[in-house]
Design a protein around this ligand. Structure first.
Ligand SMILES: [Zn+2]
Length: 242
């Protein structure tokens, strides 16, 4: 494998790309549609002078081969942003007595329909709703997420790729296998203790029932894809609906 060297010039550019996209997300407020932008839509956030170097940056980093860094997941492909994404709003958790509204999420239509049925069944069984903390992210936005964590991780690619999939490898940007990161009404999985989601009643119910609705947990413990255990990440495949 040839290691991917990040030059200082790229570090500075990545940092400013992250700042500009973050600023746009803040400007749009909670209903940030940036997560659904295609590459051209994301590039349009930059000035005419900035755009060529930003496009070159994205193109260069899209070529990172995650398999060279221990990732063993399959390449799903870069799929265009679906025109009929559903926007999910008004999800309210109660965390330590305080109401928290989850920012609007965008979901492929068939996965949304299956989620609604699954959520109704869970509510009937547990009397508790299942929320979606993250669903569709465009390939361009996934690249931004990777840049964001690269900057957070001091530009350590190997460390970053353990946590974030490359565009084209993430079920979050592959509508035929739409991934949902789920959350219960108490706000679990939490950022502090994400793995404890597997101690919740919702997790137990999902392990017994999600398959009926076409959902499977993508990354169980010690999964062969080389991805960390993610008890909150469930993906939809219409072919598996029983
Ligand atoms: Zn996920």
């Amino acid at each position: 494998m040839s290691p991917f060297i990040i030059a200082d010039f790229d570090k500075n550019l990545i940092a400013s790309v992250v700042d500009i996209i973050e600023a746009e997300k803040t400007r749009q407020g909670n209903a940030s549609r940036v997560a659904t932008y295609d590459f051209d839509g994301l590039y349009a956030l930059f000035s005419e002078e900035q755009r060529p170097s930003v496009e070159a940056l994205f193109e260069k980093y899209m070529k990172i081969d995650p398999l060279a860094y221990g990732f063993k997941g399959e390449y799903l492909g870069i799929v265009p942003v679906p025109a009929d994404l559903v926007t999910l709003t008004d999800q309210k958790c109660i965390i330590a007595g305080n109401e928290k509204i989850i920012p609007p999420q965008f979901i492929a239509r068939d996965a949304y329909d299956a989620y609604v049925k699954m959520n109704e069944a869970m509510q009937a069984a547990l009397g508790r709703p299942l929320f979606i903390e993250s669903a569709y992210r465009s390939p361009a936005y996934q690249m931004f997420v990777l840049f964001y964590y690269l900057k957070q991780n001091d530009f350590d690619i190997a460390k970053t790729l353990k946590r974030v999939a490359m565009p084209g490898y993430s079920e979050h940007n592959y509508p035929p296998k739409q991934a949902l990161d789920v959350m219960n009404v108490d706000g679990s999985s939490t950022d502090e203790e994400p793995f404890k989601f597997d101690e919740t009643a919702e997790y137990q119910w999902l392990t017994e029932n999600a398959g009926r609705f076409g959902f499977t947990m993508s990354y169980p413990k010690d999964n062969p894809k080389g991805i960390m255990y993610e008890p909150w990440h469930w993906s939809f495949d219409s072919r598996t609906v029983l």
